[in-house]
Design a protein around this ligand. Structure first.
Ligand code: SAM
Length: 282
């Protein structure tokens, strides 16, 4: 028995026949000390609702509740996990809502009250897509105040990468423009069941109330996608699609058109987005 009165996760998995499915990105964390460590990194949960994607058998869910989350709203696609999650909801009356569905399709907003923290051991196959959605909402600030997310270490390194490094790219710029992302610790493969091939890392994103530099959000996304879509080319060539004045706009933003995307700091991309947006016809 654990200190929340629920059985150990290995028993839960055996009882409900939760053999891990690779197609659902299932690598479970069964060590409740580790899941509590992750929950604590998310900050003070007492006055917060927590959105968790992919609770699985509920190791992280249980930690979020024991660490004092006001409420946890968890979205899980695998119906086999629902009975195990229902047991947790019974142990924490009124504090856990489970939504069965695909996190890319369901909108949990109606179940959440601000402030909201997002905490998840994300399924690898939808993790990046969800992150990009959370980082690029129609308006800022977004519905969440922080994200505490587990990724493959290689993805975590792309998120925090600096200009000039191989890992620097679209994800670094989207994350660093409006949040302060940090790798807070790594988790070795053996901590998961089954063990994945690669090391994982927990990334903590604190949202900035104002973007780090002024920019036009939609144009910044487009410019960065074009620049890194052909990351080996000089910008004068990768950004040709911006139109006949492309090179003049690059220069006006203080960028050398012979540079490659990975040499350009965030601030310069932001300046370029404003120039491109103000030159748009109409
Ligand atoms: N949170 C659990 C833990 O830490 O042990 C499980 C994490 S496991 C890496 C990912 C979980 O996400 C699985 O339970 C899987 O069924 C679920 N999942 C996969 N794709 C999903 C999707 N599109 N929407 C919601 N949940 C999904």
């Amino acid at each position: 028995m654990s200190d929340d009165g629920l059985p150990p996760l290995r028993e839960v998995i055996a009882e409900h026949g939760l053999s891990a499915r690779r197609s659902l990105g299932q690598n479970f964390l069964l060590d409740l000390n580790l899941t509590r460590r992750i929950a604590r990194r998310a900050g003070d949960l007492a006055e917060c609702d927590v959105l968790e994607i992919g609770p699985g058998p509920g190791g992280l869910t249980r930690a979020l509740l024991s660490e004092g989350a006001r409420r946890v709203v968890a979205v899980e696609r695998d119906a086999r996990c629902l009975p195990a999650l229902a047991r947790i909801a019974e142990a924490w009356p009124g504090r856990l809502t489970v939504i069965e569905g695909d996190a890319l399709k369901v909108d949990p907003a109606e179940h959440l009250k601000a402030p909201v923290r997002v905490v998840a051991n994300l399924p690898y196959n939808v993790g990046t897509e969800l992150l990009v959605r959370w980082l690029t909402p129609a308006t800022w600030p977004p519905f969440w105040t922080s994200l505490t997310l587990m990724f493959q270490k290689e993805v975590a390194e792309r998120i925090v990468a600096v200009p000039g490094s191989k890992a620097y790219g679209r994800l670094s710029l989207l994350a660093q423009w409006r949040t302060d992302p940090k790798i807070v610790f790594e988790i070795p493969p053996r901590a998961f069941t089954p063990a994945p091939k690669v090391t994982s890392a927990v990334v903590q994103f604190e949202r900035l109330e104002e973007p780090r530099f002024p920019a036009d959000a939609a144009t910044l996304s487009r410019v960065v996608a074009l620049a890194f879509g052909q990351r080996r080319k000089m910008l004068r060539s990768s950004l040709k699609a911006l139109g006949p004045g492309a090179e003049a706009m690059i220069v006006a933003a203080g960028i050398d058109p012979t540079w490659r995307a990975e040499q350009v700091p965030l601030e310069a991309f932001c300046r370029l987005s404003l120039i491109v947006a103000s030159n748009r016809p109409g």
